[in-house]
Design a protein around this ligand. Structure first.
Ligand SMILES: Cc1ncc(COP(=O)(O)O)c(C=O)c1O
Length: 445
């Protein structure tokens, strides 16, 4: 069923009720950008204009848009079972999807707890970490360690361990007992690194300093994104994650990888943990689990963590946590279809094959006007611009608007342009993304 473009156009008064997230509401409503339809690598706006999606929706549509098998699975499921309660009850699809996800996670990490978003996954993982230590008799481990420039969603747990000032400053004192490691990006030492920067593994040793300050017996968990995404694709230095793992293990601290972006093929492997060959204790997932089609997230726990909770009387609820929509039938149906297609179309390997072309394309922007760094890993890329004097973020936002005018959707964070195309992207589409950016940068003050 197609919707005529007349129906899609909105008058200003029709936009009044909506309070938009992470958006300059008044500016947007004065010149709205509406996406009305999607297929594969493309969106169509409300005027029928075709737009190349350079960021997989918002780092989530790993399969591309509206894959027919996923559309069919959601449609069918909607007519069979709309909802089933997830507490003391379940629907069969929850088990099937958990088994599928559990079969591609690192060895010994097969326990899947459902949430509905990345933010909920993060808060769930932090709660599991705290509860785990308490269950095993180390209830003094209550501190949580995040990292500067980390993004872990917008729940109170997530913004507390997160390291993006704008996301924190308005919201009070946040949760207590949180410390932050330094972020890992350094322009002088790492500019134009292809893949992992050689410099910076020693920054993991800052965790030792924090442990010395508080004592390991007070620290529950460390949470990092294997590659920081929302802060602008900050790739971990060679050896950095290995060192974090080693320090956490030595001090009995759980290591949580926030794989909301890096999960499901973004780096050419199922997870960042597999790509870097560093095993966390807990992983947070969302986005690619359903390729963005129906909201869903999950926490994957080591089997030994799950077993620790299974120690009380069998009739007792082991974890007082969960959501009305945990393992929602529509999300599970979408997730199962998405996981099937990843496998049938061998998309993680495809992303790995495409990564060298993507790397060359991203780095071809070195020397373009205003560019001070290009960086990449897998199908994650960033082009950092020199901020405009006295007006940080203005230049990149203009780049975003002009690319959109040219029919290309990119994403910006600060003065950084991020590119994270779907895993189905073709070489010609990667080339179009960077040539459009290059042309647009020429036109910017
Ligand atoms: C690493 C990471 N964690 C958590 C989140 C939050 O996910 P959501 O927006 O689904 O709550 C994001 C979102 O971009 C993310 O990139």
């Amino acid at each position: 069923m197609s919707i005529s473009s007349d129906q899609l156009h909105l008058r200003p008064e029709e936009m009044e009720s909506l309070w938009m997230p992470f958006t300059a509401n008044r500016q947007f409503k004065s010149a709205p950008r509406l996406l009305a339809r999607a297929e594969g690598m493309y969106y169509w706006d409300d005027h029928g204009r075709k737009i190349l999606d350079g960021i997989a929706g918002m780092w989530c549509s790993n399969l591309g848009h509206n894959h027919p098998k996923v559309v069919e699975a959601i449609r069918t499921q909607a007519a069979v079972l709309d909802y089933a309660p997830p507490f003391q009850m379940a629907n069969p699809l929850q088990f099937e999807l958990a088994n599928r996800v559990g079969s591609i996670t690192p060895k010994g990490m097969s326990k899947v707890f459902y949430t509905n978003s990345g933010s909920e996954s993060v808060d769930t993982a932090l709660k599991i970490a705290l509860a785990y230590h308490r269950v095993r008799g180390e209830g003094s481990r209550v501190r949580l360690i995040g990292r500067e420039r980390g993004y872990h969603g917008v729940g109170f747990g997530g913004i507390s361990v997160g390291g993006m000032g704008a996301n924190r400053k308005m919201f009070g004192s946040l949760i207590t007992g949180v410390d932050h490691m330094p972020q890992t990006w350094n322009l002088k030492e790492q500019a134009y690194s292809r893949g992992q920067p050689a410099w910076g593994a020693h920054l993991a040793d800052e965790l030792e300093r924090i442990v010395a300050l508080h004592d390991a017996s007070t620290i529950a968990a460390v949470i990092v994104e294997p590659v920081a995404g929302s802060a602008g694709v900050l790739v971990p230095p060679v050896g950095y994650l290995e060192r974090l793992r080693e320090i956490c293990t030595r001090h009995g601290i759980l290591l949580i990888f926030d794989e909301v972006i890096t999960g499901f093929g973004r780096l050419g492997k199922a997870f960042g943990a597999e790509y870097f060959n560093v095993q966390p204790d807990l992983m947070t997932l969302a986005k690619g689990i359903t390729s963005g089609t129906v909201p869903m997230g999950a926490v994957v726990a080591k089997d030994s963590i799950y077993e620790t909770f299974m120690s009380g009387p069998p009739h007792a609820i082991e974890l007082f946590h969960g959501y009305t929509y945990s393992g929602h039938p529509l999300a599970c149906a979408a997730g199962i279809a998405v996981q099937q297609v990843y496998q049938e179309e061998n998309l993680f390997a495809r992303a790995a094959e495409m990564a060298p072309h993507f790397e060359a394309a991203v780095h071809s922007l070195k020397g373009s006007r205003h560019v001070i760094d290009c960086r990449n890993l897998g199908l994650m890329g960033a082009i950092e611009l020199q901020p405009r004097e006295g007006a940080p973020t203005a230049r990149s936002f203009e780049a975003f608007l002009r690319c959109y005018e040219q029919g290309v959707l990119i994403r910006t964070t600060g003065d950084i342009i991020a590119l994270t195309p779907s895993l189905i992207v073709e070489k010609a589409e990667i080339d179009r993304l960077v040539t459009t950016i290059a042309e647009v940068l020429k036109t910017l003050d």
